[in-house]
Design a binder for this molecule. Structure first.
Ligand code: ATP
Ligand code: MG
Length: 776
């Protein structure tokens, strides 16, 4: 253990070594907050604290897994197995399943995703005969989500005239009734939405002192990462659970609070000292992630915010290259510039794809990037957006599976009762829904008793409804005896889903079948994994829970050498050697919707701070002078955020730039570091206007390198001392790939590479100046 403690700096060591009591670590990006949490858990365990008594809450489940692996490599995987780690939603979904009966829920409750909730609200709004242009289901869901995250239940809503008035003022006087109906319908379907997972946990802990005592006693040490983005509901859960032992350690950065729009409350971090007695406050100041130019430019940016805690962030890393700023005429050209730059960097420096990330403000921006990457055959992965599990064909299969587990699940039932078509029309489904509401039963129960209820259905329809019930029940029998893979395979065949897609015969249909096969592969992996862990059958309900809570960041595809594309919101906590922040334009970033108040603009600025601080080595800011938005070509100005960075950290790539900030530039050579002869007018590509920089040869980074040679120790000071001493046979630890053995070394200086056989993940060739290896 001491060896690992020695790897921390003094400021990091203090919160790791303080065993008990409440503490908060407030520090800027890349200063090692997450590392402190990880080491703290390992240290507690080395002191004899049982893993069973530790709860760690992270921003993604992937982060939790990585943390767990790291801890396992220090204390042993058997010891680490019992740690409770994950997102708020996944951890408390598990607890709610155990305690569901207390709240009147079945333990196999379904988790509704956003689409389910929006569809249900649409249905309710229709039944109430309200105008869906006034009562927009998505907006209504947002409102309900706000209530739930502030712990405003339906009853509390009706006891609060102010809330009702506010809704009436915004032309939604029947908001309360919708809320009531929505909650009733979810309950009747045995379903919780995402916000319920937190709301119901609060209810559970408030209403049942014995349950509270049980979990307080269990979670004696609680740790929370990204505390600045917790909402009120999450705050109360943490407060309640830590109340007895007060061993609570939270880490966060007020400058990275970017979820206010979803109810995150920065006061949780600001008030922490008041909430507990004897809080120790720690600050970390040294950034280990990024080169000096990036750290200082990021400081420039965040300095413009008025509302912030005073914090210092510095680094002893190399200056690194300046931040490159690139202007293009269209978003298509912007995409080509990004793809071409990645291509060139990969070739010149032998870099893997996963050293590159493209970050954007809105999901819609990914398309231009995708098109360009595909043209160059650069593998990429989109995180967020329409995730795998949100695709129609996958949701159809999952809906059948959900029905097997919980036949009351109304959203699942309505989705597949007539898909593939089996002659059960909308009118029949409406009659069933009305009857279900009338008898306060689920639709499935009504179907089970269809003989005894007079819904004026003809004999054929009744038979088809009964056949559907029988089919689902036959799946339930299989589920009791077989694993999830067997069942799912059976379901896709028996329901006719696959035949339906085969009939379709189009390339889209074939792609959909492939997706279903991919789903089966995923389930196979899952069931095998479960068998390995505890010899269990690999239950379907556990799989569905994983899926319901999966964010795209959580998927481990095994094939991770891909360029990462994601919104900035999703990138929190991550790091990449090369980061492109695209769409740096006014009204896009900062978003047009955030320009009304200072606090909204400040949140956008924090978002930019988050984006910039993801970069380890090189950051690019790109903007287009025009882009299609909402189907129209819109002219854009460069983002004010570019201007907020001092010029000395920036490197403008367009030689003919009559840039807004350098007018008139004429003969001032601000591009001194670029060999302009390499920059030429390109031919128009695909009808787009000519660019000053060819997308074939985007920036001449050869010339940049010639003028600014990489030092032989590399740009990454922290790993260089280790790198030069590496020999074949060394056992090393890599931040992402874990433990491995060096089997070959080649190249010199900045180009030195090691071939490493990782315990998990196999053989990989890594460039040492980026690989950050620790010899163990
Ligand atoms: P963020 O605010 O973005 O979440 P963070 O404060 O959680 O950042 P970490 O992700 O823990 O920072 O650390 C940033 C990088 O610096 C990681 O690659 C980490 O391994 C490395 N690092 C942290 N502390 C040290 C240290 N003492 N020595 C060497 N590397 C370190
Ligand atoms: Mg972190």
């Amino acid at each position: 253990m001491q060896k690992y403690i020695d790897q921390l700096n003094e400021a990091q060591r203090a919160p790791v070594l303080q065993k008990d009591g409440p503490m908060i670590v407030i520090a800027g990006a890349g200063s090692g907050k997450t590392r402190v949490l990880t080491m703290r858990i390992a240290y507690l365990m080395s002191l004899g604290v049982d893993a069973f008594n530790i709860l760690a809450l992270t921003f993604t489940n992937k982060a939790a897994r990585e943390m767990k692996n790291r801890i396992a490599s220090i204390v042993g995987s058997n010891e680490a197995k019992n740690l409770w780690m994950g997102t708020f939603h996944s951890v408390f979904a598990k607890i709610l399943r155990i305690e569901a009966e207390r709240l009147g829920y079945p333990s196999n409750f379904t988790i509704y995703d956003t689409q389910d909730s929006v569809r249900l609200l649409g249905q309710i709004i229709k039944e109430m005969q309200l105008d869906k242009d006034v009562y927009k289901p998505k907006q209504i869901l947002g409102r309900i989500s706000q209530y739930k995250n502030s712990l405003i239940t339906v009853r509390a809503y009706f006891n609060n005239p102010e809330l009702q008035e506010a809704d009436a003022m915004s032309k939604k006087p029947r908001m309360g009734e919708i809320y009531q109906n929505y909650v009733d319908r979810c309950f009747k379907s045995g379903a919780m939405d995402f916000d319920d997972l937190l709301l119901k946990t609060n209810e559970l802990l408030n209403r049942f002192p014995d349950v509270l005592a049980k979990y307080q006693d269990r979670f004696r040490y609680i740790l929370v990462d990204e505390y600045q983005d917790t909402n009120h509901s999450q705050y109360l859960i943490v407060k309640a659970l830590s109340d007895r032992f007060q061993n609570i350690c939270v880490v966060g950065d007020d400058a990275q609070s970017i979820y206010a729009f979803r109810g995150a409350n920065i006061n949780n971090i600001l008030n922490f000292q008041k909430d507990y007695d004897g809080v120790q406050t720690y600050r970390l100041e040294q950034n280990y992630r990024s080169s000096k130019n990036i750290v200082e430019a990021a400081n420039n940016v965040i300095d413009k915010n008025k509302t912030k805690l005073d914090k210092i962030v510095w680094t002893s890393n190399d200056d690194g290259p300046k931040i490159k700023v690139h202007r293009s005429v269209t978003d298509g050209e912007e995409g080509r510039f990004v793809a071409a730059t990645i291509f060139e960097q990969k070739m010149q420096n032998q870099l893997p794809n996963n050293h590159f990330a493209i970050l954007y403000r809105t999901n819609a921006q990914s398309r231009a990037m995708e098109d360009a990457l595909r043209k160059r055959d650069i593998p990429y992965r989109i995180y967020g957006g329409l995730s795998f599990y949100q695709r129609k064909e996958i949701k159809d299969v999952l809906a059948y599976l959900r029905l097997v587990i919980n036949p009351k699940d109304e959203e699942a039932l309505v989705r597949v009762i007539n898909y593939p078509a089996r002659g059960i029309g909308d009118t029949t489904v409406e009659k069933l829904t009305v009857a279900a509401n009338h008898y306060k039963r689920s639709i499935f129960e009504v179907m089970q008793h269809i003989d005894k209820i007079d819904l004026k259905l003809n004999a054929g329809t009744k038979q088809r409804l009964q056949d559907f019930v029988t089919m689902i029940q036959s799946f339930q029998v299989i589920n009791e005896n077989q694993d999830a893979f067997y069942l799912t395979d059976h379901v896709t065949k028996k329901t006719g889903l696959v035949q339906e897609l085969k009939k379709d015969g189009t390339p889209e249909g074939i792609a959909k079948i492939e997706n279903i096969e991919e789903l089966l592969n995923g389930i196979k992996d899952f069931t095998e994994g479960q068998k390995e862990i505890d010899g269990a059958r690999g239950s379907l309900s556990e799989f569905l829970e994983d899926v319901a809570l999966a964010t795209d960041l959580d998927k481990d595809t095994g094939d991770d050498d891909r360029v990462a594309l994601m919104t900035i919101h999703l990138a929190k906590g991550l790091e990449f050697p090369h980061v492109f922040i695209v769409g740096m334009e006014e009204d896009l970033f900062p978003s047009a919707m955030s320009l009304n108040t200072r606090s909204e603009l400040e949140e956008e600025r924090r978002l930019f701070y988050v984006a910039l601080t993801r970069a380890e080595h090189q950051a690019y800011l790109t903007y287009a002078q025009s882009r299609y938005r909402w189907g129209k070509l819109v002219d854009s100005e460069p983002s004010r955020f570019i201007e907020e960075i001092e010029e000395k950290y920036l490197d403008f790539l367009n030689p003919m730039d009559t840039s807004y900030r350098y007018k008139p530039m004429m003969d001032i050579d601000i591009f001194g570091e670029i060999d302009k002869s390499k920059l030429r007018l390109s031919k128009p590509i695909g009808g787009t206007p000519p660019a000053y920089i060819s997308s074939q040869e985007p920036i001449s980074s050869a010339s940049i390198r010639r003028l600014k040679p990489m030092s032989s120790s590399g740009s990454n000071a922290k790993s260089s001392s280790v790198d030069s001493n590496l020999v074949i046979g060394n056992i090393v630890m890599h931040e992402r790939f874990g433990k491995g053995e060096i089997v070959n070394l080649e190249g010199v200086g900045a180009d030195r590479k090691a071939e490493i056989r990782f315990d998990v993940g196999g053989l990989k060739k890594l460039l040492l100046r980026f690989a950050k290896l620790n010899v163990i």
